[in-house]
Design a protein around this ligand. Sequence first.
Ligand code: NBP
Length: 482
Amino acid sequence: MKGDIGVIGLAVMGQNLILNMNDHGYKVVAHNRTAEKVDEFLQGPAKGTNIVGAYSLQELVDKLESPRKIMLMVRAGDVVDSFIDKLVPLLDKGDIIIDGGNTNFPDTNRRVAALKEKGIHFIGSGVSGGEEGARFGPSIMPGGSPEAWPFVKPIFQAISAKTENDEPCCDWVGNDGAGHFVKMVHNGIEYGDMQLITEAYQFMKDGLGMTHDEMQSVFIEWNKTELNSYLVEITSDILGYKDTDGEPLVEKILDTAGQKGTGKWTGINALDMGIPLTLITESVFARCLSSLKDQRVEAEELFGKKESIVEGDKQVWIEALRQALLASKIISYAQGFMLMREASNENGWDLNYGNVALMWRGGCIIRSAFLSNIRDAYDIDPELSFLGSDSYFKGILENSMSAWRKVAAKSMDVGIPMPSMTSALTFLDGYTTARLPANLLQAQRDYFGAHTYERVDKPKGEFFHTNWTGKGGDVSSTTYNS
Ligand code: NBP
């Protein structure tokens, strides 16, 4: 009997996805560049299963049922292109190549188009959930050649995580690089969620002087509220984890955050598309700032930074902080969905936002109860332009406003950096202000560069230039927006 699917790449993700597929009754053919890893896998974790090995790409292709489905779980970038180049001459028209790595979506756009010309279908799929997700149920976000989806759907939906209603956290996202785009935004949102939690932690630790056991208890309690999520849950575990000397391990970890690029890509895309994705972008910059450790140590000494004590009832502050965190999180998701909406419109992807929320509901790092509410919001209004306008989320934003402002103002007052929580509030203040000071900005642009402006008392699209100093000419600059 031939194999149902081939997987190339036997590192942590590939091995665990293969074992997951095997558990669900699929016969998997496994290949890896370094052939010894095939043997190690077959004699190790795959021993006693139906998984078979292939020591060359020709052997892999020969062992698969038509149309062949070959999934790459290798390092993103050139490695994917190199496998595609080697596979194409061995494949038949209608065969399917799937890239399950963390690929930047323009690469997927390019590969879908190039392979289409050769009669090969290509799927670019985000896979989230790390090692455990891959093994027992990841969130899977596939996009690319729609013709390929019916062949891949049963396998992907079988191995994916399921919601409490047994719905698979995997569905077709859209054409071209839509799957990898949505995975990129997922990762951006993950940056935002993590940053928000760290800001709450610093406020509690430095501002309120709380112990790690106290903070752990707070996160345990928060996890029973609307903040219920994987990241809040693991934060409570981390805060309670003691090093061999009985001290909290988290305080022994160097405060410089790493990043692999997906948050940065999300921010770059937001700038390219003109979407104010302020919270996620602040989260990326917060990681950049954290990496300037030596400079920060010197600057703290230079500025003689004072302790950041927050006075007042601790319990009241903790509840205010919870509300500020929740409200900021709503803004982060609202901005992320604005970005997806713009990308969907620009690329003709026709994204289903409720389905996206469902795909993130289980298996992935940002899984949370909150995503069910997002799904409900898009079920009510599939074209919702701002998540905060949905009645459920609007209610939370309104109820949290006073506590959120209190926390933001206090953080500024005592010097605790909370870039994501404060930028989220600033965004909402801007978004809910009918008249912003951009009129003055337009005047400045026209003053120094004759960039023209529109008037409130004239139809939109009619542009004016004023000779502000009496010294300039009447010629204006060309009017366009980049
Ligand atoms: P890695 O990203 O570490 O990639 C390892 C695989 O790439 C091995 O099969 C390795 O073969 C192969 N490879 C490399 Br590296 N360079 C190669 C080359 N020049 N030619 C051929 N093969 C090459 O594995 P991973 O952590 O399992 O991740 C796989 C994909 O999934 C990546 O795109 C990753 O970003 C993504 N992802 C990872 C996670 C996670 O939690 N790790 C989560 C979600 C998505 P070799 O054995 O011969 O060196």
